[in-house]
Design a protein. Structure first.
Length: 476
């Protein structure tokens, strides 16, 4: 899909201004965020694959140019330039599925200023939404402990794109699969589902509805048991069907019931007892009904006998946090083969940017493999685990530590995606990203993963970057 006009008007008016002034100026923009959503201890970076597709398809059609001409804002020489427009810059990114933290560049764009300015809105739109949903999904999956979570949110998503890309982000972050068939097709995700209450209601009785469904889908059957009376009708009728299949030798390895209303803790415990008394120890109990990480945690504390979770509205709409908050800021300008650092000032210290051409390093504790800290540094800085490494809080510099040689490992996170307009990165499959994300989450300490009051992972500045930032602040 050509998303070239998926931009704010001022990106185009500024672009025309650059065209008539310093159109050859090369700049660096950083895309980052300032605060973890949901009060979480981390975020999951998602959306890179769509960013790649967007950049590769970036061009102005004749219809696009005709529309811009009709606005009466753009001169003909600029519109003529747009006819042959393509992105010629370079983009560096943290790999999709990585756990990330505030203030560190998720994307670094090095390009002519006109091109870098044009793509701001679309990049933020893509990354903000998908990273938000991925982070929410990671919280929900953590709450569910080792139980599978199914993403069921399409019908409540804010439009088709939010549903499609939200499903992908949810699976990347840990969901077992999705009910979204189009997302399954597009991204090769596992598609899952049961049946609706309307299926039961369309038959003369519940038992006939269950029996017919079992005949249609004998290899993987989950029966929705709360249409009429969960414990006095739904579960007993499901047991009847399962016993019939057992006698015929057709009971599959994967079978069970779904609870979609009522007191899920009470109903699941009663249902489990009934299933076990019938000898159906392998029957799984799936729960849905407006679940989120808080309710799942509560149900588990209450001893609910729930094996799998179907989570819809509160996942796909990112309940309690409507936006990710990513921003896109100019950090350097190229002059005579040297990067001149730029800084945005603010009365709000959180909004003061980190200047210069930067990269991000992740530091792991060698013995545990857990994340010790992230380090934002200038791109020309080189670090080795064979040397001692000074880490300090840039906002409270007395908080410092020196890592001894060979007690840590260090890895640069930003990798090239586009070089001089050409994509040089082979995007992994969504399921490969899911596996990578799972390992990423394992690198977090349990204290960082907890849902309430998580421990903060330090994102430090190198001494060289810290001094550069202070020199710019003091020169104002």
């Amino acid at each position: 899909m050509n998303l070239t006009l998926l931009t704010d008007l001022y990106e185009l008016t500024m672009m025309q201004g650059y065209f008539h002034n310093h159109k050859k100026q090369i700049v660096i923009f950083d895309l980052f965020y300032r605060k973890n959503p949901f009060g979480n201890g981390y975020a999951i970076f998602a959306g890179l694959e769509q960013v790649i597709h967007y950049i590769e398809n970036l061009h102005f059609t004749n219809e696009d140019i005709a529309y811009l001409r009709s606005l009466g804002l753009f001169q003909e020489d600029f519109l003529n330039y747009l006819e042959n427009f393509h992105f010629s810059g370079s983009i560096y990114s943290i790999p999709e599925g990585t756990v990330v933290f505030p203030m560190e560049p998720l994307l670094k764009i090095e390009a002519p200023i006109m091109e870098a300015q044009l793509i701001e809105t679309a990049l933020l739109n893509i990354i903000n939404h998908q990273s938000l949903i991925a982070t929410k999904a990671a919280r929900i999956c953590y709450a569910a402990k080792n139980s599978p979570v199914m993403e069921f949110g399409l019908r409540r998503a804010q439009g088709p794109d939010a549903g499609i890309y939200g499903s992908r982000a949810a699976v990347i972050a840990g969901c077992h699969g999705t009910s979204n068939v189009l997302a399954g097709k597009m991204f090769h995700l596992p598609v899952l589902g049961t049946h609706a209450h309307s299926w039961i209601m369309s038959f003369p009785d519940e038992l006939t509805a269950f029996r017919t469904y079992a005949e249609l889908y004998p290899e993987n059957i989950t029966l929705l048991v709360d249409t009429y009376d969960t414990l006095h009708s739904g579960v007993p009728n499901a047991i009847t069907i399962f016993k019939e299949m057992q006698e015929k030798g057709t009971l599959p390895a994967s079978y069970g019931i779904r609870l979609d209303s009522g007191d899920l803790a009470y109903l699941s415990k009663k249902s489990r007892k009934m299933l076990d008394e019938a000898g159906l120890f392998d029957a799984k109990i799936c729960a849905s009904s407006d679940l989120d990480e808080d309710l799942i945690s509560s149900l588990i504390l209450q001893g609910a006998k729930i094996d799998t979770w179907g989570v819809g509205t509160n996942l796909i709409t990112a309940k309690n946090c409507p936006a990710f908050g990513g921003v896109y800021k100019l950090s350097a300008v190229l002059e005579k083969d040297a990067w001149i650092p730029k800084i945005k000032l603010s009365e709000n210290p959180k909004k003061i940017t980190n200047p210069g051409n930067k990269t991000v390093y992740r530091i792991y504790e060698k013995d545990s493999g857990k994340i010790k800290a992230d380090l934002i540094a200038l791109a020309d800085e080189v670090f080795s685990s064979k040397d001692p490494l000074l880490l300090f809080d840039p906002n409270a510099t007395w908080k410092k530590t020196v890592l001894k040689p060979d007690t840590y490992t260090i890895k640069e996170l930003l990798i090239p995606i586009f070089e001089n307009g050409t994509c040089v990165y082979q995007c992994p499959s969504s399921m490969e990203i899911k596996a990578y994300c799972s390992k990423q989450k394992e690198s977090l300490w349990d204290e960082t993963k907890r849902l309430v009051n998580p421990n903060e992972v330090y994102v430090d500045l190198s001494k060289k970057l810290f001094d550069l930032k202070n020199s710019l602040l003091n020169s104002r």
